[in-house]
Structures are given as structure tokens and as C-alpha cells.
Ligand binder design. Structure first.
Ligand SMILES: O=C(O)CCC(=O)C(=O)O
Ligand SMILES: [Fe+2]
Length: 167
């Protein structure tokens, strides 16, 4: 899927094969326990993913929301479908042709919710640069990106993200 999305971006056809070996991607298992204060807390605070793509499998409880056209949209659970999110790295690689989607998870009120998120990521040394010119972002390695996030979270409490690398 990453290869298909990158087809018209000038990205080398072997880019993902070369930079995303199996061991650099990971699966996160999320458990959201029922919360009596669910209107006051999040299951997962609004964020974008630091991956190329994220594949999410969610159960039937619901609560995942996307920020679209200035409002939060519910992602209706569908047992026959996976949710694929564009992550920060695809946004930079595509020079904003694809946008990293902001999303959040509401805390469930009565029953626990489970989800699985697979983060498709490159090696730390992978250089992220757009082939579309003029490039909006300066080139950076995945390692630099993750370290910048750590610094920003420490300093501001927030991730900031790819906008940090805008030229
Ligand atoms: O639980 C979900 O539906 C989404 C999980 C998520 O956004 C994440 O793990 O980054
Ligand atoms: Fe996420």
C-alpha cells in the first residue's frame, strides 16, 4: 500500500523495501478500561502517528475519532475493515500531498475497548526527503524526528510533529 501511495511522488520503487525491514515496524495493543469520568478524560489524547502508515484493527465498541474539516468524526467500527492512517513520515515524504491525520480515542463509559495498531516505520537512519520540489520540509532522519518529538514533549508537553521541519 505504501508503494502504491508513493507511486506518483517520485519516490524510488525500492524505497520502502530498502528502508523498512520487518523489525523496525511494531504493533501496539491498546486497552481502554471503562471510565466513570469518560466525558472528562481521553482514552488517547489527540495526536498524529510518527509512522509512514498505521493499520488499526478495532473492536465493536467505538471511540476512535478523526479530525476532518474542523470537527471530530467518529470512525464507525466495521469487523470487515481495517483503518489505515497516514502518518507524519508520509506527509513529509509526499510534501503534504498526503496529510498525517489527527485522531483521538474517547474513553469508553461501560465496557472496555481493545484495539491493535501496527506502525509501519523505517530504520532510524532513513532519510525522509520529498522528491517534489520545492520541498516544504528540510530533510531529516527518522532518528532526528523521534529525538525532536522527545525534546518537544519535554519542553512543551506536546509533540509538535513535522511542522518542526518546515523550511
Ligand atoms: O485505539 C485506536 O483506535 C487508535 C489507536 C491509536 O491511535 C494509536 O495507538 O496511535
Ligand atoms: Fe494513533
Amino acid at each position: 500500500m505504501a508503494e502504491i501511495l508513493a507511486e506518483n511522488l517520485g519516490v524510488s520503487s525500492t524505497f520502502f523495501q530498502e528502508n523498512c525491514p520487518e523489525e523496525t515496524s511494531y504493533l501496539r495493543m491498546n486497552r481502554y478500561p471503562p471510565c466513570p469520568f469518560s466525558s472528562e478524560v481521553f482514552g488517547l489524547v489527540p495526536h498524529t502517528d510518527s509512522s509512514f502508515l498505521t493499520v488499526v484493527s478495532q473492536d465493536q465498541i467505538g471511540g476512535l475519532q478523526l479530525w476532518k474539516n474542523g470537527r471530530w468524526i467518529n470512525v464507525k467500527p466495521n469487523p470487515d475493515a481495517l483503518v489505515i492512517n497516514i502518518g507524519d513520515l508520509f506527509q513529509a515524504l509526499s510534501n503534504d500531498v498526503y496529510k498525517s491525520i489527527k485522531h483521538r480515542v474517547l474513553a469508553p463509559q461501560q465496557v472496555e475497548r481493545l484495539s491493535l495498531a501496527f506502525f509501519y516505520c523505517p530504520t532510524y537512519e532513513t532519510v525522509i526527503k520529498s522528491c517534489i520540489k520545492p520541498s516544504m520540509y528540510r530533510e531529516f532522519t527518522f532518528r532526528e524526528f523521534l529525538m525532536q518529538i522527545q525534546r518537544d514533549v519535554k519542553a512543551t508537553g506536546d509533540k509538535v510533529g513535522v511542522s518542526r521541519f518546515l523550511l
